[in-house]
Design a protein around this ligand. Sequence first.
Ligand code: 4AD
Ligand code: MG
Length: 463
Amino acid sequence: MTKSRTRIIDLLKMQAGVTVQAKGWVRTKRGNKNIAFIALNDGSTIHNVQIVCDMSVFTEEQLRPVTTGACIRVKGELVPSVGTQQSVEIKASEIEVYGTADPAVYPLQKKGHSMEFLREIAHLRPRTNTFGCIFRIRHAMAYAIHKYFNDNGFVYLHTPIITASDCEGAGAMFQVTTLDLKNPPKEKDNSIDYSKDFFGRQTSLTVSGQLEGELGALALGEIYTFGPTFRAENSNTPRHLAEFWMIEPEMAFYDIVDNMDLAEDFIKYLVKYALENCAADIGFLNNMIDKDLINRLEGVCDTEFVRLTYTEGIEILTASGQDFEYPVSWGVDLQSEHERYLVEKHFKRPVILTDYPKEIKAFYMKENPDGKTVRAMDILFPKIGEIIGGSQREENLETLRRRIVEMNMSEESLDWYLDTRRFGTAPHSGFGLGFERLLLFITGMANIRDVIPFPRTPKSAEF
Ligand code: 4AD
Ligand code: MG
């Protein structure tokens, strides 16, 4: 609780007649010889408070450093406002400038800026209206995620960031090492001797907390992880980050249908939470970024997601007559163009696709009796494509070991994981929701680099 100022979000709800002190950054200043108007924002809300300066109280000299971007303290009386959308404004009696922002060099002048330009000055973009909205929404969503799971009896399990196992088996991991890269210790066969490395073995940044999450679920019942995950894939797309946050619930005794029910309920809860709790910010984004945003968000809350198998999906795609960049046939991994065709053109609502070919999915997914497909489920969203990936897990020790061997993975290094199947194994399921993909959907932004404060992508890791 800061006592030295009133936040603008609270101040705008107060009744006129009291003396208040606000602190924030100047958005604009305009006026004439007799009167000056300052729009002040402190990040607590998209709305600015208007400061009215009677020029018989202030000198021009005093207000000269009050330019766009400057940080000021204002004291004054809260009075009814006539000219603005707000019901109150501050009639200033005192203004102190904490920090100036030279108009000749401060890059965020009043005019609109392209997202590309703002990405180049990502260290300053939280000061813009758009990014203020996005980061407030990001916070609200993180809170809503914890609230949802807490209210539903899930335990927040912290899984490691540094790991020795490759959950997705895609080999897209960032190595973590303290070895001297110029002169690493070598084995007799000239390979690197990782026993000399910090952990006495080769380690990487995690691609997913799932495997450790399964250990938690098979003891605590329902758990979830929510943390940063890392993928060293060279994907330069508007939907991929090298460092992204993932939410991964894992539930004992859930089959694939329970898993889908939970995922659908969870995502609808989050969208509703955003509509109810971030109305001002979403309203702004709806006006400025994407006029269909609120429609789309409300649409998701009200519709049942379509559920169909991968095989049925492929049939629809091949019958569509569409000229896809990547041709479709049974067995191929779906590209975003295919996912979006199903969601946006064919069904016109979110789709849950199940039972994918085992060859294109990870080793831990439960095999179907057909021997060809696994109990996977991906949730596909309009404008995003895949937003959630999950599955029922293979709980049978022998089947799982066979999959590990078939996929040329090391059984030995997964011995700890196999212990869950050796001792008291149980049917269980889980999924991963990409936090930034969720935020793309909720904010209407087009590029994933614009929903995370400090994006990491190939060839880019500033700050
Ligand atoms: O489908 P993925 O790779 O699944 C897993 O990692 C499982 N271990 C999850 C589980 O079952 N517990 O990733 C899950 C989700 C994707 O659906 C997508 O939303 C997001 O994570 N995601 C990414 N988001 C941003 N950038 C990337 N490079 C992403 N890769 C995956
Ligand atoms: Mg996936």
